[in-house]
Design a protein around this ligand. Structure first.
Ligand code: DC
Length: 227
């Protein structure tokens, strides 16, 4: 049985004894999405890849021919976002990821997407959310927080394999440079920077394949449930 969550912070409703929120944060291409999906399936929870929300905002701007620097248009796109219509296939490109890193630094865009994420998290039976600020901002009351890491070189290698399998051209040195630039931007932005929550479990997957990473994450969740 899970513990009753601590008093709600930042307006996040306390979960009941049987609901569970798992927060997964980590840098670009650390495997958060895959791990999130697998954990959600294992524990019978819903899953939200929150990067898709920022990607959808960026794509809406690009599709409409607006500049990524146009903050008013970015805010309008965030407010108009329909989370039921996130098309992973068109959002998961490298270029959209880069663009998402820019619009996600705007505080007003983050604020516009906050309630939607919290609503998703607190609906029964609970959820796995992955992103950059889930354990620190969106769900500080999450019962389990995992901060995924892997070396930038390993993340670039995985991203290149992924791009090649979807027939996108991929140059490993360029992908590594992009990942390092994106890490720096995500870590140093003023609002909700990428950083582990004080109570997050660090999971370094540099030397783990996805099955081993999932097993390690399940062990972390199981240990947290019995605490
Ligand atoms: O996880 P991803 O690569 O799909 O994320 C794309 C960009 O969106 C990433 O550079 C930072 C941003 N992002 C964020 O700021 N906060 C989140 N919770 C998720 C993603």
């Amino acid at each position: 049985m899970f513990k009753i969550a601590a008093p709600p912070l930042f307006g996040l409703a306390a979960t009941t004894a049987t609901e569970m929120i798992i927060a997964i944060d980590g840098p670009a291409a650390s495997g958060k999405g895959t791990l999130g999906k697998r954990l959600a399936a294992h524990f019978g929870l819903r899953h939200l890849d929150t990067g898709l929300l920022y990607r959808a905002v960026a794509k809406a701007l690009l599709d409409a021919g607006h500049s990524l620097e146009d903050r008013a248009k970015a805010l309008a796109a965030a407010q108009a976002l329909d989370p039921a219509r996130l098309d992973e296939r068109t959002l998961k490109t490298h270029a959209i990821g880069e663009a998402a890193s820019i619009v996600s630094a705007y505080p007003e865009v983050r604020a516009a997407l906050m309630e939607l994420q919290r609503d998703f998290a607190r609906k029964p039976p609970g959820a796995v959310l992955d992103g950059r600020d889930i354990g620190t901002v969106i769900a500080p009351d999450a019962q389990v927080k995992i901060f995924l890491t892997a070396s930038a070189a390993e993340r670039a290698r995985r991203r290149v394999a992924e791009l090649k399998s979807s027939a996108e051209p991929a140059d490993e040195a360029a992908v590594l440079a992009d990942i390092e630039r994106r890490d720096a931007r995500d870590r140093t932005r003023a609002v909700a920077p990428l950083k582990p929550a004080a109570d997050a479990h660090l999971l370094d997957t540099t030397h783990l394949d996805i099955d081993a990473a999932v097993r390690a994450a399940i062990d972390i969740v199981e240990a947290a449930r019995t605490e």
